[in-house]
Design a protein around this ligand. Sequence first.
Ligand code: ARG
Length: 592
Amino acid sequence: MIRVTTSLLNQLSDLVGQAFEKCDLDPSFGKVVVSQRRELGQFQCNGALGAAKKAKKNPREIAEKIVAELEKTGLFNELSLAGPGFINMRLNDEFLIKHIDQISGDASFGARDGHTPETVILDFGGPNVAKAMHVGHLRATIIGESLRRLRTFLGDSVVSDVHFGDWGLPMGMLIKEIELAKPDLPYFEEGNSGPFSEVSPVTVDELQLLYPAASGRSKEDPEFLEAARQATFKLQQGHAGYRALWQHMLDVSVNETKIDFDLLGAHFTEWKGEADTNDHMPGMLDRFKKEGLSEISDGAVVVHVAEEDDKKEMPPLILQKSDGAVMYGTTDLATIEIRQQDHKPDSILYVVDARQSLHFEQVFRAARKGKSITEHTKLEHVGFGTVNGKDGKPLKTRDGGVVRLRSLIEDAIAEARKVVLEAGLDDRFDAEELDNIAKKVGVAAIKYADLSNPRMSNYVFDIERFTKFEGRTGPYQMYAAVRIKSMLRKAAEQGLKQGPLVMTADAERNLILALSLLPEAALAAADKNAPNILCDHVYALTQEFNSFYHDCHVLGEKDEAVRSSRLTLCAITLRQIETVLQILGIDVPERM
Ligand code: ARG
């Protein structure tokens, strides 16, 4: 019996595995892959070589026996041998058609069949209070959002948490800086326990100036730094005025980042932050102390996380500094415990800059040591490389400053508008639709460029290249989908119907093969947290569609059965391209 699965490669591997079994050989040798040389076959199996080695037999003889077994199934159009014992296969059309009918009737094209659903928490975005999101948050947001969509597509129950940076020393620094600028505000009055005004005393623009000022002052003025430390501690202990002021800073910052997240189409189910650990903190610190998991070192409370076979230095995780303040790692550890209570996750994935790998290693080890999370729960730092300028160094503004995320997106949209105007689209669309198209093209350009690189690699930000309507770009993939849409619209206008599939050309078969590989691509992308695999898949698919469209008439086809079959094929292809682009966070406009 063929296992019930909608992945074509799995079905074939099972089938060939059974042939091996009939020849008294291990069925695992039946693994089938897509052929690298299409002229020889659609698929190949190289297992006869391994099987022969194990059985001390001639590989070609074994391959011949397997081929004889496979011939009996009647499912193949062509079976041949190459080299020392490679088996090449071409499926018959009924099989292909049945397969594509089956997966095209499924929302996930069969991908969900190969996935065991789990509860996964995705921690991404990670903006900080008072700081505008910068280029460093770009990848966290784009990759995180795409993994969120992918996991949802595969049927997981997904929690996405923005994990705002809102609880460390920068908060005390800001409080003190605001006090210097506006000393008369009620938040600083000794003993004032509120209530305080509903209106924030600072705007987001002010905050973004106050932060660098405070940070510069902390470096120059040790007294200011000390005052900031104390303010941080008081804030964490619940000082009413500081709390109220902090809430204002948080609110205006959150509202500001929501604009960026909306532009990038990122979605969070939780808007929590470091500060949300505050109530949990005393109990956790207590437990770590009582269970002997933490100890005092130079006045600080630390957890030793080094292990014997460590190749690199593994400093202890600092839970509390000598002044009592908790750290970035302490809030992350407490967040793990809270997530365990709230969601009982199977995995927690942190989509954060690769340069934070030591931090996560320390936190994960402390969490394991303290049993903060169940043993089976996977904790993974999904790191990524930097976005570089054309000089190969991390992207900076012309005067050496940090590049704001907003300006990056705005530049991309402006460049997209230029390209769209050059293509003459303004003759066909009104201003509003043109705006909409430019926005979609600009965002698609940034996202596809980012996601198509293996996540750990750095890449050069080159918006002119990203917005091109050719090659491996977002706009190109998007355009491929728009063209199919417009063709299907034309067909509908002419009253042409879609109908059952019939195969008349290899280009049609190849397109079906490309469509059939989505489950493999989606599952591998989820397994490795690698959206680039889906970028490759959609690129291969649009290429295959182009060949099909080049070789086969669709609207102009005279034979009605062939034409309606091809229209069906176009509709399935469109749905799959749109589905994958949707996972990558790319919206396809209706017209372009
Ligand atoms: N706010 C941090 C930053 O800007 C990122 C937070 C990542 N998430 C986490 N759980 N540590 O670097």
